[in-house]
Design a protein. Structure first.
Length: 496
């Protein structure tokens, strides 16, 4: 089979790229190959990720305290603006009836940060003061008054013996996103647009042909039959499976890159009274030495129209790159071109690896102790443990970090001729899928960009514009998202 575009993997990234491309070039033929039986069964599944619409409203690792004590909110601004692009694209899709019932995939929920101890309270206050006047974060509130906190987070304050300062910030404009439901809706839409979806089809290999196409070898998992498919452009959106496929493509841009797998666990509350008493996503501060993805949070979630309460994810170590992957994933990703990078990363990250292995070994009661920092009276019988998705962090040599530096972001690796691109990394992840897929389009279709720009701006009015610097547009896109998706706006903005 010959087609214009092949998307490997049926997660949120391929779903988003396929949907964008169908709007920009409706005549292009697209085929999708997914090894599992349906879309969104790996990281994008609602039970495998935390469903936070990452907009830096509560995640303390996006605002770093500098040596002089000031707070750098640059990363928070970037992530917030990227999430606004996702909201605009989803609004466009709902307005144009490409997807329906936004309540099935995005719900408003206050985002909060909660800290204990004098130093942490001082940090949170400084962070709040730095953010609250920024148009992107207007409406954020701060309180160190236990009485106020009782109103905001009654479940967390009940039976709490306050022996040291505590504080929280809260902003109404936060979201809980069911990325699994959204991914499934997008693939349903793509099916209507005559995209060929092949489930239970595992991509085994890919190589460049003499006539500048990509030959993609796909095994039908049900029959065992292997077929070759050809395309001008291939997107490797295989989540944890992307690194192996990037290596198989043989493009020089993929050399020297390695992956570090991080597993996850959630605790799910089974007590309806407790679920009812909490209404927020509450993030804490990572303990000294703990990596950012290891800070569990207490989240109200909306899954299948039901309100839920989850605590996690607890990070851990497993050599698998996918939840449904193989124990040999890590070892088979080590190649002659990345072995030194991987060894350097191994040496540098002994403490992290030890930490993650220790986390895997925690008993349920030890996990309950962490939960009790949030809910002091939490009882073990009210909580069940479930396994979350795998995250594969990128390892590469960087100027700033040297050989074998562990990256916590999301990275697009594209061939110089734009014929193939892969998405690696997992954070901020699904929330910024629209921004990241636009990056793929910019890198891989530079000749079409001029012709596509007007359509991109119609779908995502803030494309190429800083929303922080353009308050009028910020107001417009937030009002649109509020109306179309049923979300809460930030506090009304005072436009100078
Ligand atoms: C514990 C955890 C918590 C997270 N929390 C958040 C959060 O709160 N907010 C947020 O925005 N993001 C979060 N993320 C990140 C987010 O889930 C991911 O960034 C996002 O889902 C990745 O989407 P994807 O499409 O790249 O990958 P996936 O959803 O993993 O999809 C990849 C697909 O490719 C398929 N595949 C793999 N190999 C092959 C092959 N060889 N052939 C065919 N198909 C293949 C897989 O089966 C899978 O279906 C979290 C992730 C984890 C694990």
């Amino acid at each position: 089979m010959k087609t214009d575009v092949i998307l490997i993997g049926a997660g949120i990234m391929s779903a988003t790229l396929g949907t964008l491309l169908k709007e920009l070039a409706p005549e292009w033929e697209i085929a999708v190959f997914e090894r599992l039986g349906q879309p969104a069964d790996e990281s994008s599944n609602e039970w495998n990720n935390a469903g936070t619409g990452h907009a830096a409203l509560c995640e303390l690792n996006y605002t770093v305290e500098k040596a002089d004590g000031s707070i750098d909110i640059g990363k928070a601004i970037k992530i917030n603006e990227q999430f606004q692009e996702s909201l605009q694209f989803w609004s466009y899709l709902v307005q144009n009836k490409h997807i329906r019932n936004p309540k099935d995939f995005v719900m408003p929920i206050p985002h909060m940060s909660f800290v204990q101890g004098e130093e942490n309270v001082a940090f949170l206050k400084k962070r709040f003061e730095q953010m609250v006047d920024n148009p992107l974060f207007k409406g954020m509130e701060f309180s160190d008054d236990p009485q106020q906190l009782k109103e905001w987070i009654p479940l967390m304050m009940e039976d709490r013996i306050v022996t040291e300062p505590i504080a929280a910030t809260r902003i109404e404009a936060g979201t809980d996103v069911n990325f699994g439901a959204l991914t499934r809706m997008l693939f349903e839409h793509l099916e209507h647009k005559h995209v060929n979806l092949y489930y239970k089809h595992h991509v085994e290999d890919m190589k460049r042909t003499s006539d500048n196409l990509w030959e993609v070898k796909v095994r039908n998992v049900a029959t065992g039959e292997v077929q070759s498919h050809y395309a001008k452009f291939v997107f490797i959106g295989a989540g944890g499976g992307s690194l192996h496929l990037l290596q198989k493509s043989g493009i020089p841009e993929g050399r020297g890159i390695g992956g570090f797998p991080v597993s996850g666990l959630f605790m799910v509350c089974n007590n309806p009274d407790m679920i009812e008493q909490h209404h927020a996503k509450v993030y804490g501060k990572a303990k000294v030495g703990a990596p950012p993805m290891s800070v569990p949070h207490l989240d109200t979630r909306f899954i299948d129209g039901k309100k839920m309460l989850l605590f996690g994810p607890f990070a851990g170590f497993s050599p698998k790159f996918l939840k449904n992957g193989s124990l040999f994933d890590l070892i088979t990703s080590v190649k002659p071109h990345n072995v030194l990078t991987m060894l350097a990363a191994g040496a540098k990250n002994m403490a992290l690896t030890k930490y993650l292995i220790e986390q895997v070994m925690l008993s349920k009661e030890q996990r309950m102790e962490e939960l009790r920092e949030f809910i002091p009276h939490a009882k073990s019988e009210d909580w069940d443990v479930i396994i979350a998705g795998q995250r594969v962090q990128v390892i590469k040599d960087t100027e700033a970090g040297g050989k074998g530096t562990l990256q916590f972001g999301t990275e697009v690796v594209a061939a110089h001729d734009g014929s193939v691109a892969a998405l690696l990394g997992a954070s901020p992840g699904a929330s910024t899928a629209v921004h990241v897929m636009l990056e793929v389009i910019e890198k891989c279709f530079p000749n079409e960009m001029k012709q596509w720009e007007a359509k991109i701006k119609e779908m995502i009015p803030s494309y190429g514009v800083s929303l922080m610097k353009n308050e009028t547009l910020l107001r417009e896109v937030q009002t649109l998202a509020a109306q179309t998706l049923g979300l809460k706006e930030n506090m009304p903005l005072q436009i100078a």
